[in-house]
Design a protein around this ligand. Structure first.
Ligand code: UDP
Length: 196
């Protein structure tokens, strides 16, 4: 695994094709939950003071450089991270793969009603993708078990967590041992992008 550190946060050196290859590998493997994050410069800065966030990012299975600032920081220092692989672009490619192979997805996050619209749009745009389920992202601590049960009940291949950063990274980390799916990806505002 080739990585490059920006202020201690290790990014994987991958282009878009290699990023997709990795994600497909995670889904096909289907063993323990793989955690994928796409931190932007703000999150890299936040991780300097937030030790929990720093640890979470260091324990990820794949860290993609979302945000041109991360790339610029890397270029200035003559490092290798040249390709920006955004969360939404990666999600688009992953959804195409899910459509071709009949994989199922779950979207957790966004305002009430938004994840449902996003899933309907995805279903019509990416033929073959199975919608395992969706849930909005405004839940209380008391609802935590219910949402985990809902996800585990439908066993999605891919779980998109759209709570914004660093909330989504912390949520994935907190629940990593009890989520019954192969891949969880923190993709922030993508739910709003797909809802149109
Ligand atoms: N969001 C959520 N629950 C929360 C806070 C935010 O589901 O408690 C959703 C919000 O509705 C939006 C998404 O998280 O759809 C991403 O938010 P934002 O654009 O602020 O995050 P970013 O993409 O910049 O990380």
């Amino acid at each position: 695994r080739k990585q490059e550190s920006i202020l201690g946060v290790k990014f994987d050196i991958v282009n878009e094709d290699e990023a997709l290859e990795k994600l497909v590998e995670f889904v096909e493997e289907g063993s323990s939950l793989k955690k994928v994050y796409t931190p932007n410069p703000e999150i890299v800065m936040l991780a300097q003071d937030d030790k929990e966030l720093f640890r979470i990012l260091s324990e990820a299975d794949l860290v993609l450089a979302d945000g041109i600032g991360v790339i610029i920081a890397s270029k200035i220092r003559g490092l290798e991270l040249k390709n920006r692989v955004t969360g939404v672009d990666t999600m688009d490619r992953l959804l195409k793969y899910c459509g071709q192979t009949g994989k199922s997805i779950f979207i957790f996050g966004g305002k009430p009603g938004i994840a449902e619209i996003a899933c309907k749009n995805i279903e019509s745009q990416y033929k073959g993708v199975k919608i395992a389920g969706y849930h909005h992202g405004y839940i209380t601590d008391n609802d935590q078990d219910e949402i985990i049960n809902k996800i585990n009940g439908v066993k999605p291949d891919v779980l998109f967590v759209c709570l914004g950063a660093p909330k989504q990274e912390k949520w994935i980390d907190k629940n990593k041992d009890r989520l019954n799916c192969s891949l969880a990806m923190g993709v922030g505002g993508s739910v709003d992008v797909y809802a149109g």
